[in-house]
Design a protein around this ligand. Structure first.
Ligand SMILES: Nc1ncnc2c1ncn2[C@@H]1O[C@H](COP(=O)(O)OP(=O)(O)OP(=O)(O)O)[C@@H](O)[C@H]1O
Ligand SMILES: [Mg+2]
Length: 345
């Protein structure tokens, strides 16, 4: 039941792509699995790609001047299309484990961005040299909903919050469409930046973003670290390498403002929601996903402040890709994908 029987679909291969700012996720109908890698590229002497994905991320903040390690996505949209094309091709070769075969591509697209930015997703897949036969779009929030197990086509009033890397997308879905959707510039990367600046203010110590992220994630499991973590960085005054011990409370405190911005933005969206839908949202609760939604205390803060039950995604990093995999596999969800060919032309 539900699986598409048409042989053209399965045999040719269909791919779901969630181009995250931090992680790219690619689902392949053939392998039935999702590849997750850092969405980064390392280029030597402005010319040659020497690493991509997780391997490029390893070099981040450590590479010499002639190697640039960059992320081609920014705030959920494509900022550097040439590098994104190169990356996508490399990832697709890895996913297919050999020469590229023609396939159908389903790509997640944020809602609250410009038509030009939306069209860039289409151009990317068309021009990346990955033999795309068909290019379809699925709204990211719809995919998130499906990926969290919601029957989005038949549900009314579903509030989805995706806390990603440098953005959080807050959306209200109803009957397979999007009623409201806003992107705000807060996410895991912004959390890290807050820790970096708090450490600098408090201890005159400059730490890297990677360090901030690993401390933040380590503190999510307090049993592992007894509420303390040692960080290494550079002392602003002496310029020399230094270590400091950060406490769990210090890190939590430095994240508070970010949580407040997210909560306030959700409230703002709820204020604009038609009352009938608000009643449904109240019944369903809030659906929380995105990698950074796992940040300790965030879900609690939401349920305290917004007074809604918070449903946590089982697989917060993958919910968009999982959702699109449903669109690929289940005929009743096919209508949630649309063609973006003519967009913005
Ligand atoms: N266990 C965890 N606790 C807290 N944060 C986490 C955890 N695991 C991952 N993250 C954060 O999740 C973020 C990446 O999540 P995700 O893959 O959803 O982002 P993305 O899709 O690449 O970004 P965007 O949707 O904004 O384009 C990173 O900032 C990372 O630090
Ligand atoms: Mg994302």
């Amino acid at each position: 039941m539900g699986l598409l029987s048409g042989k053209n679909l399965v045999s040719s291969g269909s791919f779901a792509i969630d181009l995250g700012t931090n992680n790219i996720k690619i689902y392949s109908s053939a392998g039935e699995r999702i590849m997750v890698q850092k969405n980064m590229i390392a280029i030597e002497n402005k010319k040659r790609m020497i690493a991509y994905g997780d391997a490029a991320y390893e070099m981040f903040e450590k590479a010499p001047g002639n190697i640039s390690v960059t992320a081609p996505m920014s705030s959920g949209v494509i900022a550097d299309i040439r590098n994104m094309e190169q990356l996508l091709k490399a990832f697709m070769q890895e996913v297919q484990g050999g020469p590229l075969r023609p396939g159908d591509y389903f790509i997640a697209i944020p809602t609250d961005v410009t038509e030009v930015e939306k069209r860039a997703f289409y151009d990317l897949v068309r021009d990346a040299g990955i033999r795309a036969r068909k290019i379809m779009a699925v709204e990211k929030a719809i995919a998130d909903g499906l990926g969290m197990g919601i029957d989005v086509k038949n549900s009314q009033g579903v509030l989805v919050v995706d806390v990603g890397y440098d953005t959080t997308e807050i959306s209200i879905l109803s009957l397979g469409g999007i009623v409201l959707s806003r992107i705000i510039k807060v996410g895991g990367h912004v959390f890290d930046a807050s820790i970096v600046s708090a450490v600098r203010r408090e201890f005159n110590l400059v730490i890297g973003m990677k360090t901030a992220e690993s401390v933040r994630i380590a503190f999510n499991d307090i049993t592992q670290n007894e509420g303390k973590a040692v960080v290494y960085g550079r002392d602003i005054v002496t310029g020399l390498p230094m270590e400091r011990t950060l406490t769990h409370d210090f890190v939590s405190e430095s994240l508070k403002e970010n949580f407040r911005v997210i909560v306030d933005s959700i409230k703002l969206i709820l204020e604009r929601t038609p009352p009938e839908l608000a009643a449904d949202i109240y019944r369903h609760g809030l659906f929380l996903t995105g990698g950074a939604s796992q940040e300790e205390g965030l879900a609690q803060e939401m349920s305290n402040e917004i007074r809604l039950a918070v449903n946590l995604a089982e697989s917060p990093v993958n919910s968009v890709a999982l959702g699109i995999s449903q669109v690929i596999r289940k005929s009743q969800y096919r209508s949630l994908a649309y063609t973006i060919e003519g967009l913005g032309k």
